[in-house]
Write a new protein. Structure first.
Length: 403
């Protein structure tokens, strides 16, 4: 019989980071790192330990969701420490029992994948997001900012980078619940079109735009179906690119290029790795975000340059997303019982989502994940601001969001 405790001991024998303890079903324990342990991970069954070792995040996450793994201490801190230990082992030791193939992306499949996640319903997201349902990285001018303020600051920060002018036309690919468009229309006097595959988001945007009498339109369609004869002064895509899939990466940049007017500005806001790979977190892909894939900063740059898009600004908001996820998980745990009662979910579903939020936060803490905002122009443009000071100077716009 394979001794999985001994295997873990060997794998983590050189761990010098955050000290922690593994506690096993037979009352034995192992400590890794020196000093008082910051957390204890209880493996209640041998199978939970085996699958955690052989299947990495898939096995560990599913065991946590079942209740076969209990974390005594902060779950995010535990996953951050394990992630740092895993990344420090070097490629010759990393477990590779999960290899994700680049699946062909069809339009019906993409819509089904989107509905699997966002189709959980507005009420579900209302119970852990900010009041405007902004489901992407916030922007914290200080780490003490409240989540709702930070999300408004993100929208202001993002629209400022677009350098919007009255009367321009803005396309938002993957528009979420539409609040970036509402802000752009109200603050800058631009006309907006949002694209989504999620019916509940589209219905919300139509109702809100009508209520506020804003020039904001939404279509439930795929971005690849957009008419390329219609050109846009500005294009923005926030938090949508992870749904594109590896097989459509080049096609996505081709489409964006084809929709931009000469001299137009485009901003892409997405989770990214430093190096491009076909790997995806197996737990998240199976249980939370089917079909997702992360670009790399190198891959984004290479594809943009190859299509004549001129990169003028790149910002990494990695720590901002870690803090955003920390707020989301705190809200999720605070409203745990209300979510269960309102949505009819069982503990396994709830623990799956708790693990997802914690593991995502850990990914940003370790630097495995990054949040990139890249601003590009279609060709060379000489009327963009000379410095980045315009992003931070006091203005009536920032006054609207408490700055």
């Amino acid at each position: 019989m394979i001794d999985y405790k001994a295997r873990f001991q060997k794998v983590l024998s050189n761990h010098r980071g955050t000290p922690f303890v593994f506690s096993y079903w037979d009352a034995t324990t192992q400590q890794f790192g020196t000093g008082a342990p910051r957390f204890i991970i209880h493996f209640k069954t041998r199978d939970a330990l085996k699958r955690s070792l052989l299947e990495t995040s898939l096995g560990f996450g599913e065991a946590y969701a079942r209740g076969d793994v209990i974390v005594e201490g902060d779950l995010t801190e535990a996953l951050t420490a394990l992630g740092e230990a895993y990344l420090a082992m070097g490629p010759e030791h990393l477990l590779s029992s999960w290899t994700r193939k680049a699946l062909a992306r069809t339009l019906p499949r993409e819509k089904a994948d989107i509905e699997h996640h966002y189709g959980l319903g507005n009420r579900f997201f209302e119970l852990f997001l900010d009041p405007k349902l902004t489901y992407s990285c916030a922007y914290f001018r200080t780490p003490d900012d409240a989540l709702d303020l930070a999300q408004e600051q993100k929208i202001a920060h993002t629209t400022r980078k677009l350098h919007l002018q009255p009367g321009q036309r803005l396309l938002d690919i993957g528009c979420g619940w539409g609040h970036l468009m509402f802000h752009a229309a109200e603050t800058y006097g631009v006309q907006c079109l949002g694209i989504t595959l999620c019916d509940n988001q589209a219905n919300y945007i139509r109702e809100e735009a009508a209520r506020r009498r804003l020039p904001v339109e939404v279509r439930t369609t795929h971005y690849l179906k957009l008419d390329e004869s219609t050109k846009w002064d500005r294009i923005v895509s926030v938090g949508m690119m992870c749904h594109i899939g590896e097989s459509r990466a080049n096609q996505y940049f081709d489409k964006v290029k084809s929709l931009l007017a000469p001299g137009a500005v485009c901003l892409l806001h997405c989770i990214a790795k430093m190096k491009e790979s076909s790997g995806a977190d197996p737990f998240v892909e199976k249980h939370v975000f089917p079909g997702y894939w992360f670009f790399s900063l190198e891959g984004m740059t290479r594809r943009a340059v190859a299509r004549g898009l001129n990169i003028i600004d790149v910002e990494n908001l990695r720590r901002h997303y870690a803090l955003t996820l920390n707020h989301w998980r705190a809200n999720f745990l605070r409203n745990y019982e209300e979510i269960k009662a309102a949505m009819g979910y069982d503990d396994r579903f709830m623990r799956t989502w708790e693990f997802y939020l914690a593991s995502a936060e850990a990914g940003f803490h370790t630097g495995h994940l990054n949040l990139i905002q890249m601003v590009m122009t279609n060709g060379v443009v000489n009327d963009y601001p000379w410095t980045r000071e315009f992003l931070y100077q006091a203005s009536p716009e920032y006054a609207l969001v408490g700055g």
